[in-house]
Ligand binder design. Sequence first.
Ligand SMILES: Nc1ncnc2c1ncn2[C@@H]1O[C@H](COP(=O)(O)OP(=O)(O)OP(=O)(O)O)[C@@H](O)[C@H]1O
Ligand SMILES: [Mg+2]
Length: 112
Amino acid sequence: MKLVSAIIKPFKLDDVREALSEIGVQGITVTEVKGFGRQKGHTELYRGAEYVVDFLPKVKIEVAIGDELLDQVIESITKAANTGKIGDGKIFVTELQQAIRIRTGETGTAAI
Ligand SMILES: Nc1ncnc2c1ncn2[C@@H]1O[C@H](COP(=O)(O)OP(=O)(O)OP(=O)(O)O)[C@@H](O)[C@H]1O
Ligand SMILES: [Mg+2]
């Protein structure tokens, strides 16, 4: 199993959600986050120290999937979230050790 975390532009959330539903993703968790990438916002001097300002609002989508969906999930998110401009976001993939469906006690891919 994999846990896919995608940081995207907030206005792209609906497109990404639809694209993921179409390929059979069963559940999605969405969090409003702030972040910066390579442009790093700009830095500001405050009492002699440099602080990074300009955290930009982003949306983080988390999807737990079976390995067989990984390529499709990456492709769907990439297509749906792409504007071609800076700040389109990133996708991080991690191994997911276990999943438990609380109501039924099912585990592993059956729980997803
Ligand atoms: N290395 C990273 N680790 C954790 N989060 C990151 C990382 N890079 C980007 N992010 C998150 O993704 C968001 C969008 O990043 P962004 O698309 O600006 O990346 P980038 O590398 O600057 O690419 P681009 O040049 O296309 O803007 C950031 O605001 C941050 O929340
Ligand atoms: Mg950037």
